[in-house]
Write a protein of this length. Structure first.
Length: 454
């Protein structure tokens, strides 16, 4: 770490000390410090910081209420570690390092790495392959450690676990948190393996945040995940809240559950549970057994587009939509542009939904994987569409993925039933065509709005 960065870190630690005493008064002061250190360069998020500052000056604002609830509800040491690892290391230190390496190596360098510690899961959810696949595939402790060490050298401090159920490996995950205490870890989880001992471990290591998968209220959750699951999940959230640990939720929306899972009643329930963020995912028709009827139609997707923005304007929880928020991140973030995915077999996929690869982390370095033909195709072709409401080379631009995979001869890395890229892309053609007019209308409206505001 450079002397300049060390100085910034020390000053921010002092600022945090103030926050502990009087969050309302000192939050604005902390922002002044962040402004000072972030500088004025294009990578210093000037607009985001400006928006953040105006929120901190308005106690009636729902985001102000969210920030204050985070400052008051969350264990101070955990909060401090999150601030250091997420804001400071992953962004202020990591982002410029990623940019530098992008230029140096001529390829994408991610902001986050998603990895599956195991293919195993303790539940048997409808439509999920993990329980059948079982404990066959695992990334070893040393492999995960090596991925993170390589990632840090490239400027990556954010690691997100998917699976399988990552907490089947909870002992190893905690040991990894300890070993890489300068990184932020987030884990998608069904939460049923969160118990008192694990919550205490989370408090001790301070850098692990769960994103708990829920399908809606009890009937919907138990219907898909098995009887009694909902109550176990609610118990886990109660425990996390009592221990002052941060957590969020993850929800997959389909044509069937979209109304209930995005209802204000359910959002209010999330806030009451103590969740600080919710991450919505559009159902993806991935895999030979995908059910196309579950794909939201254009009216439903448009509803979600407006609903997520409304939640962000009115509710004290931070809502994100992986498919409808492309405008904030310049379109598709996969292929290492901002993230990549490594499965439990070590295959390095461009995206958690795009299971085609020509590299395995057991045979290549992380950098070599980023420079592999399929990742270089992503690097060359992004953005896949000027309209960031049509960001995906699969869902909204299926010919793009088809061409990239054929050009590179990447192969299916699906662990259970390999699917040809033509089979996958054929399923998306109608969806893409039907969504285009609505996407164009929404995109023009948002561009107009931006012009008026600038
Ligand atoms: S490949 Fe598609 S699903 Fe994956 S990040 Fe890009 S746009 Fe999103």
């Amino acid at each position: 770490m450079s002397i300049a960065n060390e100085l910034k870190r020390t000053t921010l630690k002092t600022a945090f000390h103030y926050l502990e005493k009087d969050p309302e008064k000192n939050a604005v002061k902390l922002m002044e410090l962040v402004d000072k250190f972030a500088g004025n360069g294009p990578d210093s998020f000037p607009k985001q910081r400006e928006a953040f500052r105006s929120v901190l000056e308005d106690p009636q604002n729902n985001m102000y209420q969210l920030i204050m609830s985070v400052l008051k509800d969350i264990d101070k040491d955990v909060l401090k570690a999150t601030f250091e690892n997420f804001f400071f290391n992953a962004n202020i230190v990591g982002w410029p390092k990623q940019e530098e390496n992008r230029k140096k190596y001529g390829c994408n360098i991610p902001w986050a790495i998603l990895l599956d510690p195991t293919s195993a899961c303790n539940l048997h959810c409808t439509g999920c392959w993990a329980a059948e696949y079982g404990n066959k595939l695992n990334l070893t402790f040393d492999e995960i450690d090596s991925i993170i060490s390589q990632g840090k050298r490239l400027g990556v401090y954010m690691y997100i676990y998917t699976g399988g159920e990552p907490l089947v490996r909870k002992k190893d995950l905690i040991a990894i948190c300890e070993k890489h205490s300068d990184c932020q870890f987030l884990s998608f989880t069904n939460a049923t393996l969160i118990d008192e001992a694990f919550a205490d471990d989370m408090l001790r290591v301070k850098n692990f945040i769960p994103a708990i998968s829920v399908e809606g209220f009890e009937k919907a959750t138990d219907g898909r995940r098995g009887d009694g699951t909902y109550q176990k999940v609610v118990r886990a959230m109660k425990l996390l809240k009592e221990k002052h640990l941060p957590f969020g939720l993850s929800c997959c929306y389909t044509s069937q559950n979209l109304d209930s899972i995005s209802s204000f009643e359910f959002i209010d329930q999330m806030v009451e549970w103590g969740a600080k963020f919710v991450w919505y995912f559009h159902y993806m028709p991935v895999g030979n057994d995908a059910v196309l009827d579950l794909l939201p139609n254009p009216q439903q997707r448009e509803f979600m587009y407006h609903r997520i923005r409304e939640i962000r304007r009115t509710k004290p929880i931070f809502a994100m939509d992986f498919q409808n928020d492309g405008e904030y991140v310049g379109g598709c973030i996969a292929g290492g542009r901002r993230y990549l995915h490594i499965n439990a077999n070590g295959d390095v996929d461009p995206c958690v939904f795009i299971h085609y690869s020509d590299s395995n982390i057991r045979e290549k370095t992380l950098l070599e994987c980023l420079q592999s033909p399929i990742f270089m195709e992503y690097h060359k072709e992004q953005p896949f569409n000027e309209n960031h409401l049509r960001p995906c080379p699969m869902l909204e631009n299926p010919e793009k993925l088809r061409t990239m995979v054929h050009r590179t001869e990447a192969v299916s890395t699906d662990l259970q039933s390999p699917e040809s890229v033509d089979h996958l892309c054929d399923k998306c053609v109608n969806y893409a065509e039907n969504w285009t007019p609505t996407a164009q209308k929404l995109w023009s409206e948002s561009q107009e709005k931006k012009k008026l505001m600038s």
